[in-house]
Design a binder for this molecule. Sequence first.
Ligand SMILES: Nc1nc2c(ncn2[C@@H]2O[C@H](COP(=O)(O)OP(=O)(O)O)[C@@H](O)[C@H]2O)c(=O)[nH]1
Ligand SMILES: [Mg+2]
Length: 243
Amino acid sequence: MNGVTEMSVKCVIVGDCAVGKTALLVRFTSETFPDTYKPTVFENTGVEVYMDGVQISLGLWDTAGNDNFKQIRPRSYHQADVVLICYSVANPNSLASIQRKWIAEVRENLPKVPVLVVATQTDLREVGVHRGSCISPTEGKRVAHEVQAKGYLECSSLSNRGVQQVFEYAVRTVFNQAKKQARRRMFSINQCKKEPGYILYKVAQQEGGQRTAKKGRKNPPDYLHRSMEPAHMGLQLNPETLC
Ligand SMILES: Nc1nc2c(ncn2[C@@H]2O[C@H](COP(=O)(O)OP(=O)(O)O)[C@@H](O)[C@H]2O)c(=O)[nH]1
Ligand SMILES: [Mg+2]
């Protein structure tokens, strides 16, 4: 390999409560679907991935959507490279929240960082009580366009559709941004191939296809390990108000 071939990408995931943010991250990082609902306060994890021959430490920052955690979220936004704003196709309020709340909060903290709008729980278009009343891709794309998102993706963590593509798109977006701005803490952008036919490999898959959590986390940088417990922040938390 010539020159620098590593970079780090910090990806933050936000959106209303229960739209499936945590399930999306769990599906991507461990290739399972969490079968119990566990409210998120503030968590981050990291995976090593490859794209276009560049090794990427992809930091994934989960957040709690509840407004009780508004004061915590700026810590998640700090130095983010890309933000995923999620809504559930079965929950119109969660789509409205993107325009009413999320884009303003993200822009206040990260005026220039690329944002992607991610539609979750798309399996509910086909089964269950919401079938027939779910939000269409056209409507989701319209909102993404209005908030000037860099992209619109759809996925289902339950049926494992579109999940990998969400993170490929996120990393590619950061690549493109880095190429354009030739900026900060990254790497020699000349190492980045120009053709769009990128492929994102997790290290686990690159190294022989055995899926173990360990293989997917090869020496992530420090910040990927850091976990911020609410107790450390002097916050009084009521478990019933978490999401
Ligand atoms: N049908 C369906 N349910 C999902 C999907 N993703 C998450 N859920 C469910 O939605 C609820 C909230 O998920 P969670 O990931 O905790 O949402 P968060 O609050 O946004 O992190 C849980 O009961 C999940 O089982 C999905 O892709 N399809
Ligand atoms: Mg969560």
